[in-house]
Ligand binder design. Sequence first.
Ligand SMILES: [Zn+2]
Length: 234
Amino acid sequence: MEVLFQSRERISRNIKKLMGVLKDNGIIAARIARLQDKYDAIGCAIILSIKGLTTEGIINAVKDAFGKEMVSISSKPISLESASPQIPEKTAASLDVEAWGILIRSFSETLGTGACTSLYTAGMEIGELRAKGALLSQPKQDRFPLFMECLESFQNSGWGSYQIVKNGSLSYDLEVRIFNCLECRATMAISGYDNSFTRGQLTGMVRCLFNENLTATEKACIKKGDPYCAFIIV
Ligand SMILES: [Zn+2]
């Protein structure tokens, strides 16, 4: 199905609204396969799984909801092969290890040690954001599982696999091991660069979840020949 809207201006609002209309009409699954500029209008191709509704019924529902904001709507088959892979909007711009290396090297060359400080601070803000998100969705949950949830999302975003080793009885008396730490792999060749972004993210998470005074410190690192990077929370 292809829906053309009047202009690109309110595209995200329109897509959200479109998803709402589709959902109301018994669509079990819908996803945007690609966005395509077509003159001033925006083309939005959608793959649908339909339950008990005709294509015509959906077309009418979409027409009713958008009125003049929409230029046209038509149904046409899209082959799955030609559709772009589905990338969640929030993680759309990922970089591979080599590209991260270039980005951080460029920061380092311009800012020197200031690059580490800047990445640490940014990481901290991002870690706090992850923790706040987890807290918001499960406010009554214990903090430790929430911390694991944050690390899970960190891991799923490709920053490295985590393992937690508990050192003492306190819930935040921990060592967090990161295997294949993306930041350290990416910066192998940058002399004088210390892990900052990952350390910042961990610090942001534990400060938000456990205690404002905590800091993550890297005590083992693949750059020094250790089998993993280890961060102690103190
Ligand atoms: Zn490291």
